[in-house]
Structures are given as C-alpha cells and as structure tokens.
Design a protein around this ligand. Structure first.
Ligand code: FAQ
Length: 322
C-alpha cells in the first residue's frame, strides 16, 4: 500500500491545483479528506499521524506496567484511566490516518513488525514510581506543548483529534504534577527518587521535540503546508520556557551543566543532547524497543479471536440484528 501510494502520479493540472491548495492553507482553511491534496501532502500526513498513533499505543505500556504497583487506590484508578485514555488517543489517531486511505490493519502490522516509528521517550524503562510521575508530568507537558501547536494545523481530521486529545492530556499533566508535589513533600528518599528519575528522563524529553531545525528532514515542508505551525526548536523553547522555572521551584535540578537563562536572548539555553542515542533509539535500538514491540505483538495475537468475531459479525449482519 505504501509503495503504491508513493507511485501515485500527480494530477495533470497539478501546478494550478497546488497554487489553489496552498492558497487555501494560507487563508487558514482546513483540508478535509475528500478535498484535492498533493500526493506528497497525503503521504506526509499518513507518516506523521501514524507515528503519533503508534506513540500513544506504545506510550501506554510503561505506565500500564505500573498499575498493579500504584501506592494507593486513588493513584491506581487515576493511572488506569490515563492508560485507557492513551489507548483511546491511538484509536482516534489511527482513524484520522485512515481518512487518508491507509487501512488501520496495515498500520498496526507495520508497528508490530518494527517498520514504523514511535516516540523516542517510550523506548526507555520506567524503573520506579517516580518515573511514572515524571512521565505523567513532563512527557504529558511536552506532548501538550507539541499537540496544542499541531492542533492548529491544516489537516481537519488530525487537528480536530488533537483538540480533544489535548483536553485529556491536560488532566494527565495535572495528575502528574500532583504526584510530583506529593513525592517532593515526602521523605528525603522520595525526593531523591524523583531527582534520579528526572536525571534519566531529561535528555529523552529534550529530544522528544525532534532534531534541531537545521537537521530536521520534514519541518520545512510541514511548515509550508501549515501542518506544523512551529519548528522543533521553537516547540522545545516553548516547553523549556514553561517548565524549567517549575522544575527549579520544586527544588529539582537537571543533569545539564549548560542549562541557563540567557537574559539577552530571553530564553533558556540547554546543552547538546546525545543525538546519536536519539537516532539509535528511533531506529529500534532503544533499551526497551524490543520489549515494547514484543508486548504489542502479544496483545495483537491475543486479540485475534476478537477481530475475527467482529469480522464475522460484519459479514452476517442479520445475526447482529436478531
Ligand atoms: N521520536 O524531520 P523531523 C505522547 C523522526 S505522543 C521518534 O523533525 P517530524 C502522548 C521523524 O519521524 C508522542 N522519532 O520529522 C503520551 C523523522 O523520521 P522519518 C508523539 C522522531 O515528522 C504521553 C526523523 O526523526 N507525538 O507523548 C522523533 O517533523 C504520555 C526526522 O525528524 C507526536 O507524534 C521522536 N521524538 O518529527 C502517551 C506528535 N522526532 O519519518 C503516553 C506529532 C523526530 O523521516 C504517555 N509529531 N523523529 O523516518 C510531531 O509533532 C513531529 O513529528 C515531531 C518531529 C516533533 C515528532
């Protein structure tokens, strides 16, 4: 399917249609599934939304593993609801990608066969309960910064899915912040555990926003087509501007000797992230990459009978009706 879509020839009146398409984007109009769009736009949107959907699905795993170990019933219920939301986000996003013509089944198969990407942050282990607090606070915060920006993008179904997702992510982030505050108000050992978790998650979160603009492959085109209103570096800056003060206020530090606030530039300056590690991780060589995919594969195999039963019901509508 992907190969076939790559080979789609552009329409003979391509140049004129492209001018009208870009003019619509400049006027702030949304592009809808039945509208004309360049084949490259369609492929970019499928790539982007598919990767995002994969990330929500895989992103449920580090937190899901901790549900049995939550310290009390209130935390357990909140974490269960959050994990359920993340899986729901994946379903919304696969649905948005399907509007562009790629079947969900194909996307799931590409995910479990390691052929498509998912966010770097979920290829790391969640070692302690404080990791769960950092994920819910800072990874959700980073996701909100990114998704609030992308929700203003030009593809209608993706933009609308993101608006809904952002409401739920805001709850998650508040829940994460509450967990962090509770731990920071606790014992010395609890504070040390949070700092240790932040030390391990800091660089993956810095790299969550993607490579620097000068290294980014897709930003220029995505920006031109109104899909990505702000660049990777601009999004990273927005995150640092909002959350570095909060990190310091809570008495935490980051493992980055170059981190400082530049008064002249009026922005936070961070050190160079371990970018080779980033490229290894997004190409399937993260510490938990294999294990995450193995878990998804197992869930896919165990769900086979449900998919088969649903397919059979679709073929026999009178059975459902009776
Ligand atoms: N991880 O040229 P660019 C969440 C890849 S949802 C992995 O800058 P682009 C919710 C990129 O795909 C998290 N790969 O490309 C949650 C490209 O590879 P390709 C996911 C990355 O597309 C919270 C190559 O590097 N969010 O967290 C990453 O503009 C808590 C070159 O990069 C989204 O997907 C990365 N971090 O990428 C769930 C939002 N960054 O395709 C559970 C939508 C870059 O050429 C618990 N996506 N790559 O092989 C975006 O906003 C953008 O795609 C970026 C940048 C920011 C990911």
């Amino acid at each position: 399917m992907t190969q076939m879509m790559n080979d789609v020839p552009e329409h003979p009146e391509y140049a004129a249609r492209l001018i009208e398409f870009e003019a619509r984007i400049d006027r702030g109009e949304k592009i809808e599934p039945d509208d004309w769009m360049p084949a490259k736009f369609r492929l970019q949107m499928i790539r982007l939304i598919q990767q995002h959907a994969n990330s929500e699905l895989i992103g449920a795993l580090p937190e899901g593993t901790w549900i049995p170990y939550a310290p009390n019933l209130r935390r357990k219920m909140a974490l269960t609801a959050k994990v359920q939301d993340e899986v729901g986000h994946a379903q919304l996003l696969y649905r948005a990608a399907e509007t562009l013509g790629k079947p969900r089944e194909e996307m799931i198969e590409e995910l479990i066969n390691g052929k498509s990407k998912w966010s770097n942050v979920f290829a790391y282990p969640a070692e302690t309960w404080s990791d769960i607090a950092i994920i819910a606070w800072l990874i959700d915060a980073a996701a909100i910064v990114n998704q609030t920006i992308m929700a203003n993008g030009s593809y209608g179904p993706y933009s609308r899915a993101l608006k809904r997702i952002c409401y739920e992510e805001s709850f998650h982030m508040k829940h994460g912040e509450d967990m962090i505050i509770t731990l920071m108000e606790g014992t010395e050992a609890q504070r040390a555990q949070v700092q240790d978790a932040l030390n391990r998650w800091y660089w993956p979160i810095i790299m969550f926003f993607g490579p620097h603009d000068k290294e980014s492959v897709h930003t220029e085109q995505l920006k031109r087509w109104g899909v990505k209103p702000k660049t990777n570096d601009e999004q990273r800056q927005e995150f640092l501007g909002k959350y570095m003060p909060r990190i310091y206020e809570l008495g935490l530090t980051v493992p980055d000797p170059d981190m400082h606030y530049d008064l002249e530039k009026d922005e936070w300056v961070h050190g160079e992230a371990p970018w080779q590690e980033f490229y290894d991780v997004i190409n399937g060589k993260g510490p938990m990459s294999e294990e995450r995919l193995a878990t998804r594969r197992m869930a896919y195999d165990e769900g086979k009978w449900v998919r088969e039963a649903l397919a059979m019901m679709e073929r026999l509508p009178h059975v459902v009706a009776s």
